[in-house]
Design a protein around this ligand. Structure first.
Ligand code: SF4
Length: 446
């Protein structure tokens, strides 16, 4: 019996890749352990998106190497970090036994076979061009009974945002055949998924490469045909959002009234320098249209502060837009000067203390907006999906909240009024805070 411990770093897309590797490990008879100390093999599925993420991945690798020194554990490093840095990465960590990039499923299985047959020559290195297509064995995906599941609909990205490393690491957009995605959705629902979350670098470009036209509307509609309670759409780029998709989200009961739509900035000058596909006018018009015609849709966005050349005037346009359109959720990034991106060579880099100030100003502004929005829900009866239980407290989410990044609902439970993770309950909202709701279970069917 060979045991392993796998750690996933980074985004949900990388988590899905990690689940595929676990499926192949199980298929080859390897046993998963919850902790690294007794494992024969440690696999670090790295993130290489921005500097901070790279540091976290390196830290996890160095921790794994300590086990090798102590007990000869085999260390396997895969994913975006080796894919991004290639030889530089390989030379910097001679202790590693296996180094692989992305899209590696096929190669990974042969490594496991060699390891089992004791003929794995190390260091073993396989870093293919990012556009390689691995074996996408969705049926093998190890989902560990989680009631929400990410459904990766495409790999890579053909947009060329000036600050982004993703196209360098993951290559151009490659949409998955729709029938494969729907089959995987069906398998995940059969394995207990109550919520399917459509993800990619740019979900709105789905199908452009494979079918020569946008196919997100059809995919979303078909996915909502599956016997699943919630379908959620994330990573939708503004320039490609269509009214029919918005109408479908608004009309279909089992599609969450939720849209994650990164806009990055509100200054036309900065959006142009970022090489984003939409203008500040496009963005504002789109958001105001969504708020007017689809007021039930909770909008999440991602913003970047401190992009090279960002002046106080540019930044105040961002503050003005947030105040005006009042997003439900905002993820804020401080610009990170990433080697290999065009923006890294721009001269007017913004000092870190200015980035920090602007980051905190947006956080404080959004906390106020979020508090007001959540306090407006007091007294409402809302359907909540329970994610976890901590002692006598149930933690759940409304349809307006994505897992792991958005608001939570806290519910006191007792023998009579309780629920399990994966169950839906009707909750009366008692209090609203910045990013939390407090409620009580109502004995009403959901
Ligand atoms: S849309 Fe832009 S920011 Fe997003 S993954 Fe593609 S290149 Fe990167």
């Amino acid at each position: 019996m060979i045991t392993y411990y796998l750690v996933n770093m980074g985004c949900p897309k990388n988590e899905v890749d990690g689940q595929h590797l676990e499926g192949i490990l199980a298929d080859e008879g390897f046993i998963s352990l919850p902790e690294p100390q007794d494992a024969d093999m440690i696999i670090v599925n790295t993130c290489g998106f921005i500097e901070d993420a790279c540091k976290e991945s390196i830290h996890a690798i160095l921790e794994a190497i300590e086990y090798k020194k102590k007990r000869g554990t085999t260390i396997i490093t895969v994913g975006c970090l080796p894919q991004r840095y290639g030889k530089k990465f390989i030379d910097s960590l001679p202790e590693l036994d296996v180094i692989m990039g992305v899209g590696i499923e096929k190669g990974f299985r042969s490594v496991l076979k060699k390891y089992k047959n004791k003929n794995l020559k190390t260091p073993y290195v396989q870093i293919s061009p990012p556009f390689a297509y691995g074996e996408y064995a969705s049926h093998l995906r190890e989902v560990k009974g989680n009631h929400f599941q990410y459904l990766k609909i495409a790999e890579g990205c053909t947009n060329q945002c000036a600050y982004c490393t993703i196209p360098l690491i993951r290559g151009p957009l490659r949409s998955r055949p729709m029938e494969d995605i729907l089959k995987e959705g069906e398998e995940l629902v059969a394995k207990g998924a109550q919520e399917l979350i459509l993800i990619a670098q740019d979900t709105t470009s789905y199908g452009l490469d494979l079918y020569g036209k946008p196919m997100l509307y059809k995919l979303l509609k078909e996915t909502a045909q599956l016997p699943v309670k919630w379908v959620r759409l994330m990573y939708a780029q503004p320039y490609n959002i269509t009214t029919d998709v918005l109408q479908l989200i608004s009309d279909k009961d089992n599609i969450c009234n939720y849209l994650d739509m990164p806009i990055q900035h509100a200054s036309h000058k900065i959006l142009k320098k970022m090489r984003r596909n939409e203008s500040s006018l496009d963005i504002e018009e789109l958001i105001l249209t969504i708020n007017k015609n689809f007021p039930d849709i909770a909008l999440r966005t991602t913003l970047m502060v401190g992009f090279p050349g960002e002046t106080e005037d540019n930044f105040s346009l961002l503050e003005k837009l947030i105040r005006k359109v009042r997003f439900t959720h905002i993820g804020i990034f401080k610009y990170s000067q990433e080697e290999g991106t065009d923006a890294a060579n721009l001269c007017d880099q913004v000092p870190d203390n200015i980035k920090e100030q602007r980051y905190n100003r947006l956080i404080n502004m959004q906390n106020e907006i979020s508090r007001e929005k959540l306090q407006n829900l007091v007294g409402e009866k809302i359907e909540v999906l329970i994610d976890n239980i901590e002692e006598n407290t149930l933690l759940g989410r409304t349809q307006w909240d994505a897992p792991e990044i958005d608001n939570l609902v806290y519910i006191e439970s007792d023998e009579k009024r309780t629920a399990k993770p994966g169950q839906f309950v009707k909750v009366k909202i008692l209090m609203g805070f910045e990013h939390e709701l407090v409620g009580e279970i109502l004995h009403e069917p959901t």
